[in-house]
Design a binder for this molecule. Structure first.
Ligand SMILES: *Cc1c(COP(=O)(O)O)cnc(C)c1O
Length: 326
């Protein structure tokens, strides 16, 4: 049996609508002219907490029994998921503990602390963080909130897909960045179970291509080396629950280079006045690089801008590295 169906996504939407923002779908005439597609941007960089992660986090936190919530929620994440969990927990008056990597970004730590969460540091890899967070949750009797491999989290992320097809009922392609695949699996279920003709492609950096590799091999395959500025998707292996849905519904995987990602980030800011973190620009990079044109004919293409959380100092470096022409 698959982890979630369209009904779980519809339930999620009911549950979280008073917590999350309905983000705009923005048509870009510049990118349309450049690419030959009619390009639309799903602006989850403008979502509360600066990324789509609050969709899944709120669906999970709002589903746990209040007596369990009172014992606190725990997660392991250096970034957007940690911020989302901290934000939602605060809203419901639950304590939150976020396990960060040793030497993790002080900007992200400050933001998580700003929502009132406790910070704990452990290890370097996401596996170390998640195992430690799970252990803390067991000890305290609180709820562990996985960043992607949880049906409620996946269904919450899928609500972005419902909004896209409502706003653009003749979309031909939707491009989604992939890490652990909670986002793309939720969107794929929501979109394909309503509109089977819409194509869905996952996009990832060439230096962090575990989903593409797994897709090609027909089974979950781990990377032993990851190199990308896209820190939201430095995942070594797609999820156990999420990957079967990728196999069932996703039409293909696309790789983009670091130069293509930073170029997309730069032109989003310059042309559309939209600030994306590098991960948030990965899907657009697949359109602007010409990669999508090799897989699909012209039509309405939606790039999901998944997040906008980037430290200003890092942004300055990325903008310089992107150069005038990418
Ligand atoms: C988490 C994240 C992703 C990837 O989501 P998965 O569910 O792990 O595939 C993409 N972009 C941003 C900005 C993220 O924070």
């Amino acid at each position: 049996m698959q982890a979630i169906t369209i009904n779980d996504v519809l339930d999620a939407r009911e549950r979280i609508s008073r917590v999350v923002r309905r983000t705009p779908l923005i048509r870009s005439s510049t990118f349309s002219e450049w690419s030959g597609f009619e390009v639309f941007l799903k602006a989850e960089n403008l979502q509360k907490t600066g990324s789509f992660k609050i969709r899944g986090a709120s669906n999970k936190v709002m589903s746990i029994a209040p007596h369990e919530g009172q014992r606190g929620v725990v997660t392991g994440s250096s970034g957007n998921h940690g911020q989302a969990v901290a934000c939602v927990a605060a809203r419901f008056g639950y304590g939150a503990t976020v396990v960060m990597p040793e030497g993790g970004s002080p900007v992200k730590a400050a933001s998580i602390k700003g929502y009132g969460a406790n910070l704990v540091y452990c290890g370097k890899t996401s596996q170390e963080r998640l195992s430690f967070a799970e252990k803390l949750a067991k000890e305290s009797g609180g709820a562990f909130i996985h960043p992607y491999d949880d049906p409620l989290v996946m269904a919450g992320q899928g609500t972005a897909g419902l909004e896209i097809i409502e706003d653009l009922d003749d979309a031909s392609v939707i491009l989604v960045p992939t890490g652990g695949c909670g986002l793309i699996s939720g969107i794929a279920v929501a979109v394909k179970e309503k509109r089977p003709n819409v194509k869905i492609f996952g996009v990832e950096p060439a230096g962090s291509n575990s989903t593409g590799l797994s897709f090609k091999n027909g089974k979950r395959t781990a990377l032993d080396r990851i190199e990308t500025a896209a820190d939201g998707i430095r995942t070594t292996i797609p999820g156990e629950l999420t990957f079967p849905l990728v196999q069932k519904y996703v039409d293909g995987m696309i790789e983009v280079t670091e130069g293509e990602i930073l170029y997309a980030q730069r032109v989003l800011l310059e042309r559309c006045k939209l600030l994306a973190e590098p991960t948030g620009a990965v899907a657009l990079a697949a359109i602007l690089s010409g990669a999508l044109a090799r897989l699909a004919k012209s039509g309405k293409a939606v790039a999901l801008l998944s997040g906008g959380n980037v430290a200003m100092q890092e942004l300055a470096e990325y903008l310089l590295r992107a150069g005038p022409n990418g």
